[in-house]
Design a protein around this ligand. Structure first.
Ligand code: PMP
Length: 405
């Protein structure tokens, strides 16, 4: 499939030691590590190709502009969008959702209208809708989940009414690993003429995505979770939606003409890219996407699922192990609790063994409330992780669990 040991050499940080122990990095859901080519691209841009883009006639400005626009085409191809004008660079998933929430509610919503989200959403797909809700009188309706951490389909269908304006759901849960049936969700919403936003923050790095096949209206993701740099992300939107949405922020680049009497706006995608974009970030993100494409998302999906199956099987050997999120279709993430051991204590002790896991509510407090827990310990995988690293986690738990009696 692919040579993991060879791949690991591309990620210098993976050979670090933490407290004198080789690092086991299982916090990929929060952010992924960066291959050397991504860091080198950032360096290369700043050392050789740095100038503000789009407005310059000089060589460097043109070269940087070319890199940024080439990156846009790389993103377009990566998610199989039809047009590069449908790719908007943002700061990340959070900003992309805030953009849609703000512009969509302003243009299309009136008091009493509703946005459908789900119980398992990350705060960044809840709070932007609440903020806009306060401004425009829009309410959220929430798809409940079952004990396995799957959306309850019948309840979802009941949420549609003449007040529904948009469905915004995550593709893969950052806590449960659940792969939501987004194709079916989009089909059902479209049957009601309702557009759908897909939060792909936890899916674009684990599974191939084709926005045209999916037929989603908006899709968002963060560069840093797919081996790219922090501070850059993507909003994909169908052209007919993006055309209708008003700008999110005002400033340079997003305008056609400005006068004190009246300002007109630039064409897509620039209408949504106010100010100097992170052109170094966008080009390094493109490098990351090329790197991932060379390994192949199909291969990544298969490999990471093997890791997940292995981890699940090993974790279940512990007596008081409770896996949070047992959906039929899941990937990438295993969340767990053991007996009454606090997730934070577990995380701290694993850390001392060089094992990085995330603990807490994972920015999904409403999900924690629904599950009746405060938080979990979460191990989230990347294609550079190995079974041996899972064995290290298991060995760590073998030491920690008896400490709590
Ligand atoms: N949605 C999901 C499902 C996530 O996992 C995250 C990050 N944990 C976000 C949104 C927010 O991403 P960012 O902080 O990169 O904007």
């Amino acid at each position: 499939m692919f040579d993991v040991e060879k791949i690991r050499k591309d990620f210098p940080i993976l050979s670090r030691e933490i407290y004198g122990k080789p690092l086991v990095y299982f916090d990929n859901g929060a952010t992924t590590q960066k291959p050397r080519c991504v860091v080198e691209k950032i360096e290369e841009m700043y050392y050789n190709t740095n100038a503000n883009i789009h407005r310059g006639v000089h060589f460097l400005s043109q070269a940087a502009t070319d890199e940024h626009e080439k990156a846009r085409r790389t993103v377009r191809d990566f998610i199989h969008a039809g047009k590069e004008s449908e790719i908007i660079f943002t700061r990340g998933t959070t900003e992309a959702i805030n953009l849609v929430a703000s512009s969509f509610c302003r243009e299309f919503c009136k008091p009493g209208d509703e946005i459908i989200i789900s119980t398992m959403e990350h705060h960044s797909n809840i709070v932007p809708w609440q903020i806009q809700g306060d401004i425009f009188g829009v309410k959220i309706r929430v798809i409940p989940i079952n004990d396995k951490g799957e959306l309850i389909w019948d309840e979802f269908e009941k949420l549609f009414s003449e007040k529904t304006k948009l469905v915004s759901v995550m593709h893969i849960s950052n806590v449960l690993g659940t792969i939501n049936p987004v194709e079916k969700i989009i089909e059902a919403a479209h049957a009601h003429n309702i557009p759908v936003l897909i939060d792909a923050a936890q899916s674009v790095q684990h599974t191939p995505i084709d926005v045209q096949k999916l037929d989603c209206d908006f899709l968002v993701f963060s560069g840093h979770k797919i081996y790219g740099p922090t501070g850059v992300g993507v909003l994909y939107g169908k052209e007919n939606w993006l055309d209708k949405l008003p700008p999110y922020q005002g400033g340079g680049e997003m305008i056609a003409t400005v006068s004190f009497a009246k300002t007109t706006y630039n064409e897509l995608p620039f209408k949504f890219e106010a100010g100097t974009p992170d052109y170094v970030g966008s080009t390094a993100l493109a490098t990351a996407l090329d790197y991932v494409s060379a390994i192949g998302l199909e291969n990544i999906y298969v490999y990471e699922n093997k890791l997940l199956d292995y981890a699940t099987e090993k974790l279940l050997q512990f007596d008081k192990m409770r896996i949070i999120g047992t959906a039929d279709y899941k990937t990438g993430v295993v969340s767990f609790l053991v007996g009454n051991i606090h997730h934070y204590d577990m995380g701290m002790l694993l850390d001392k063994m060089g094992i990085a896991v995330r603990t807490g509510h994972h920015c999904a407090q409403p999900l924690m409330d629904a599950l009746g827990i405060e938080g979990t310990v979460r191990a989230s995988f990347a294609f550079y992780n190995t079974k041996e690293e899972i064995d290290r986690l298991v060995a760590g738990l073998e030491r920690i669990i008896p400490m709590f009696g």
